[in-house]
Design a protein around this ligand. Structure first.
Ligand code: ZN
Length: 479
């Protein structure tokens, strides 16, 4: 049923009836304070969390919902975290399961695990939370980690901790999502984080935010702060090596495992951060970190932190780093509905990476190479797809759960996404295209931008831009 709600929402947005989402622009922010400890011998993370929720909507809430992403890793989950295609590689030790148990929630009238797939913590408030009011809750939880090379789990070389805590659902704690094996099903609002994380001192930790490390009795404690970030992520390993650089005064740190050319990876991170800052508007945070970890999907973005997979081929690394770094603008700073409108941040990240590679020929790939690769891939996909599927659907505006698999998703969201922005670039030229993206970044930093906001920024520079978006998003254009 929750999928149906999302589908209905996407459908309504397609009609251009913007404003029906009920998500008010974010100004006041919620705040999370967490005390966490990781125990390697039991593969468990113990957590205590005090959260201050501010009601930014225009209606009163009697319940608040939090996503319980770790439950996607439990045995019998209906929405598993990896597809059958990637499961053998991800579960390197055979089947393994995890999950989250919430022990108590203080400051509420009650709580229960709910949602379509035990993916929601529903907290009943002691009294209604009216617009602009704050509610203070504290909760304790235990996360059990599966042995898996993925976003959350004990990997072969690193312990990856993302989506590990109950995070307030988007739209002020009302918009639920199930996990999706393809794409990034995470939609969350910007908040402030203060985290103390303890684990054996043999581990190094890459994380969202800035902080310091203290050591005593064989344990390391990280004290971390991050302001205005829509998620909080950490990656821990006993095998990290570290390289430091900077981009326009922003410290950039690269934690790596067995990267054969770590200086090149760090350079791509620094240069892309600098390039995007000059092109789209200043980077909003005080630090940027890239971390190499066990991950089957190339790379993954978090605020102030990008993960890259340790199985990338050397020539793939600059493109992946450039793509993930672009997500600091298109996801971290400017949020979007990644569940229903995955093209919005992925298309922009692909386009931004192509622009960066054009400006940096030392990586051996031109803008035209990127676009040609996507066009070839998409045309091959379409020719196969139109033969095997009845009434093929190449519309880009679809919930993640509507895609049949990795192949369709990759081509419709990433390749077609890049081609969409290339067509706009071709018609508008560089100056107007970058001006449109700067306007978009400035107006929606710290918020979740509806697709119409992005379309409007381009349409202001050329009347035909809206038609291009429509033909791509509805699936009527011919490529
Ligand atoms: Zn991406």
């Amino acid at each position: 049923m929750r999928r149906m709600v999302c589908g209905a929402l996407c459908g309504a947005l397609m009609l251009g009836t913007l404003g029906i989402s009920g998500c008010a622009p974010q100004e006041a922010r919620s705040a999370y304070a967490m005390t966490l400890e990781y125990f390697p011998e039991t593969r468990t993370l113990e957590g205590e969390m005090a959260v201050q929720i501010v009601n930014t909507s225009d209606s009163a809430h009697e319940t608040l919902c939090f996503q319980l992403w770790p439950n996607a890793y439990r045995e019998g989950a209906a929405y598993a975290p990896v597809s059958e295609l990637f499961a053998p590689a991800a579960y390197y030790n055979g089947a393994s399961y995890g999950g989250i148990e919430v022990h108590e929630v203080d400051g509420a009238a009650g709580f229960r695990v709910a949602g379509e797939d035990e993916n929601i913590l529903e907290v009943t408030l002691a009294e209604p939370l009216y617009p602009d009011e704050r509610a203070a809750l504290t909760m304790s939880f235990t996360v059990t980690l599966a042995q898996i090379d993925h976003r959350l789990g004990v990997g072969e070389n690193a312990v990856t901790l993302t989506g590990f805590y109950p995070v307030l659902c988007a739209c002020g704690g009302t918009q639920e999502h199930v996990y999706a094996a393809l794409g990034d099903p995470f939609v969350s609002e910007c908040a402030d984080y203060e985290v103390t994380f303890t684990l054996p001192e043999s581990y190094g930790v890459a994380y969202t935010g800035t902080g310091e490390r203290t050591v005593s009795d064989g344990k390391a404690a990280y004290h971390v702060r991050a302001e205005g970030v829509r998620d909080f992520a950490m990656v821990c390993s006993e095998h990290f090596q570290v390289l430091e650089g900077s981009a326009d005064g922003i410290p950039v740190t690269y934690y790596y495992l067995d990267d054969g050319a770590p200086e090149t990876t760090l350079a791509a991170a620094c240069q892309s951060l600098s390039y995007y800052g000059a092109s789209f508007g200043e980077y909003a945070y005080a630090q940027y970190t890239v971390v190499e970890t066990d991950f089957p999907y190339g790379g993954m973005e978090y605020p102030m932190l990008s993960m890259i997979a340790n199985d990338l081929r050397e020539e793939e690394v600059p493109l992946v780093v450039a793509h993930e770094t672009a997500h600091q603008w298109w996801y971290a700073m400017v949020g979007s509905d990644q569940f229903c409108e995955a093209w919005q941040d992925e298309g922009l990240a692909e386009f931004s990476a192509a622009l960066f590679l054009q400006a940096h020929p030392e990586y051996g790939m031109t803008y035209e190479d990127c676009v040609a690769a996507s066009e070839n891939s998409y045309r091959a996909f379409f020719s196969v797809w139109s033969q095997v599927s009845e009434g093929e659907n190449t519309a880009m505006r679809r919930p993640l759960t509507d895609f049949s698999g990795e192949y369709e998703y990759r081509n419709v969201v990433y390749d077609k996404g890049l081609i969409l922005f290339d067509r706009l670039y071709d018609l508008l030229g560089e100056r107007k295209t970058l001006a449109a993206l700067r306007d978009y970044a400035k107006a929606y930093a710290g918020k979740i931008a509806p697709p119409e906001a992005l379309i409007a920024c381009f349409a202001q520079r050329g009347a035909y831009a809206e038609g291009i978006f429509t033909s791509f998003l509805d699936g009527t254009c011919v490529i």
